[in-house]
Design a protein around this ligand. Structure first.
Ligand SMILES: Nc1ncnc2c1ncn2[C@@H]1O[C@H](COP(=O)(O)OP(=O)(O)OP(=O)(O)O)[C@@H](O)[C@H]1O
Ligand SMILES: [Mg+2]
Length: 229
């Protein structure tokens, strides 16, 4: 599964890490990747998404493992184009797409989880966005969105463009935004009919959920993934 979302800081890593932990508790084998990471530095590895995914996998933050799960790393906490430019590097989208497709096709694990970066249309170059990476992955997307004021339009835009590109959306996760003025219920109520229309199901995730709520969320996602197969 490919975990994407409406934007940065929306909860993609949080959701991916919970899914990894849940699957491991069930005894399933899991691999996780975040092919492109920005805001990365070797000195602050523990604060990066790579570390969060490795923690969930119960694996060390070793340079070897980070090379495997996040081959494209950039220092600046910017989108890929800006972060690469600051280092005088280019972005080889075809290589990123080939890597992402391969981790799904060649995985020895029962479950492979890839986290995108930013939102569904973060650009990699003048031509390609995350949508193209999702197409290359050819697996269902899990779309994480929030409850901040404005999240409805951002969510519908993301769902519409994914649907238009023929990318299957297994689950839409409405993740409660910290201190948002709009409630989780109101957001879910407004979004649910649209999620249904794009052939997906909507589930809610409260801020600081209980272990039981997290388990239900993960089970819902797994059910949706099975339905997509
Ligand atoms: N439901 C939640 N309850 C409590 N904390 C949460 C929840 N969802 C997300 N967070 C926290 O919010 C912060 C941002 O979430 P996260 O890092 O998962 O976002 P992201 O979409 O992966 O961001 P990025 O675009 O940088 O990859 C993190 O500190 C995360 O632990
Ligand atoms: Mg993240």
């Amino acid at each position: 599964m490919f975990v994407t979302g409406t934007g940065t800081g929306i909860g993609k890593t949080y959701v991916a890490a919970q899914l990894i932990r849940h699957l491991r508790r069930l005894g399933a084998t899991v691999r996780a990747f975040k092919p492109v990471v920005t805001g990365y530095s070797a000195e602050t590895v523990a604060q990066t998404d790579c570390a969060a995914l490795l923690d969930a996998l119960a694996e060390p933050h070793s340079a070897e493992r980070i090379d495997v799960i996040s081959p494209w790393r950039f220092r600046a906490a910017l989108g890929p184009i800006g972060a690469a430019a600051l280092e005088g590097r280019g972005i080889d989208f075809e290589a990123i797409a080939a890597f992402t497709g391969a981790v799904f096709r060649a995985s020895p694990a029962q479950y492979t989880i890839v986290e995108g970066l930013g939102g569904v249309m973060v650009p990699f170059d003048e031509e390609h966005t995350l949508l193209d990476l999702l197409s290359a992955a050819a697996v269902p997307a899990i779309v994480v969105t929030g409850t901040y004021l404005g999240a409805l339009s951002h969510s519908l835009t993301a769902l519409e463009v994914l649907f238009a590109r023929g990318i299957p959306i297994a689950t839409v996760i409405v993740n409660e935004t910290d201190a948002a003025s709009v409630s989780l219920d109101q957001t879910a109520f407004a979004l649910a009919p649209f999620a249904t229309r794009v052939g997906s199901r909507l589930v809610c995730l409260r801020r600081n959920p209980t272990p039981c709520e997290l388990a239900s969320l993960c089970e819902a996602v797994l059910l949706d993934l099975r339905a997509e197969r």
